[in-house]
Design a protein around this ligand. Sequence first.
Ligand code: XMP
Length: 507
Amino acid sequence: MQEKIIILDFGSQYTQLIARRIRELNTYCEIYPYNKFPADDPGIIGVVLSGSPYSVNDPQALQIDLSGIRRRWPLLGICYGAQYLAKTSGGTVESSDTREYGKAHLVWHDDADPLMKGVRDNSIVWMSHGDSITSTPEDFINVGSTADVRNAAFRISGEETWGVQFHPEVYHSEDGLKVLGNFVAGICGSKQDWTPASFIESTVAQLREKLGDDKVVLALSGGVDSTVAAVLLNRAIGSRLTCIFVDNGLLRYHEFEDVLADYEGMGLNVIGVDAKEHFYANLAGVTDPEKKRKVIGKGFIDIFDREAHKLKDIKWLAQGTIYPDVIESLSITGMVIKSHHNVGGLPEKMNLRLVEPLRLLFKDEVRRVGRELGISPKLIGRHPFPGPGLGVRILGEVTPEKVRILQEADHIYIQGLRDWNLYDKVWQAGTILTPIRSVGVMGDERTYENVVALRAVNSTDGMTATWTPLPHEFLAEVSNSIIRKVRGVNRVVYDISSKPPSTIEWE
Ligand code: XMP
């Protein structure tokens, strides 16, 4: 049975980070909405209460009855979670005059407390709250304070319940991982054996049991998620998995051929479908960005459905859905900034059962599993690429000629990043074909051609991003090379906008 920590989400921006940090401790955990605690799960070894955008004193503050959890499992309340524990036990939480935000120094009062073993006295912790616990019931033991906050860490005597006002999950909290490690290993007794290898072993076994002799179809995109999902399924059921890789005419330069060759090298059973003309025909005359996305998404579903129907006896559709998408759909606060569902509607249309072997993994975990499965570093390290591909990087109508121009320019840029050892230092890079034409001079001739923009950003999840200051010498070389070699381009600009307020893609 899978042992796990349950994190109850009260809507904090840091909830996913708590999960990632606990998993870094090789301990499996899952996030549940604050009011959906899975009490019947026999694998639970401990519970964490997250922070929240609310104050516990707000009338709309999120409430749950903790009586079924306290004393049954070890419990750690973080920030709002700690204040909620204090308030519901008869303590007082007040909005503090000296709001402590950012770094503070934590002084521990009890060296023998199991939560603070090995944590340095006076170490930096990250505070982010407007409230403070000002009085606590008698059975609360104060175990740590900062200059402004007396009850920065407490334990409730007679039970394995702790509260910390600071955020141990945030990287700025120097010994934060130690605190979390003390909780999950020392207090909850995690065996800390959840690793990429153990994930692969248990997932392959579960897939075998779930799928039996059934046949499965999966859409490959060339990206990390679908590739790792395919290799895992291939391990479990071998050639009963068929993959379909569609060339929508909006892939990068030579990508279809290169990626198809990689897949075949990995022993996957792949059908490559050249559907360029279908997509170009449907995109003719379409200029609105959202309409383009819809046309491309629908085109994909139609082609995939047509090809899958040529296969016999398929029972399952596999998808490379990952945990952030799952959490997003369970989200309690609805504070999602933007989401991209390229193939929404595919499962319904195809009337197949869904299998999603990566649905509980974060992106960096998918990469680690991919490496463990022996997938090439080049494939694992690929930059994210949007589902609608170059379709959202060609502003205005998409035509085969514009695709050619963009592919050639983008190829020079991406190859340049690789040659200059910059590719892995950038989170995502791409080239945009603008509808602007400008005057130039080549030889003795006046030219009147397109402007392309180069974009490179650094990010962790694409939700926010900063533009990357690439070296000027590099930009000069790439610009020069594009203008000399790509027919149809006579000017290159570099995008220096961050997200927000801009987005990564131009459309
Ligand atoms: P934005 O432009 O929203 O992009 O800042 C954030 C991340 O999402 C990718 N992106 C998409 N991915 N379908 C996708 O699968 C889409 O329609 C789509 N639009 C943007 C973008 O490349 C970046 O990584």
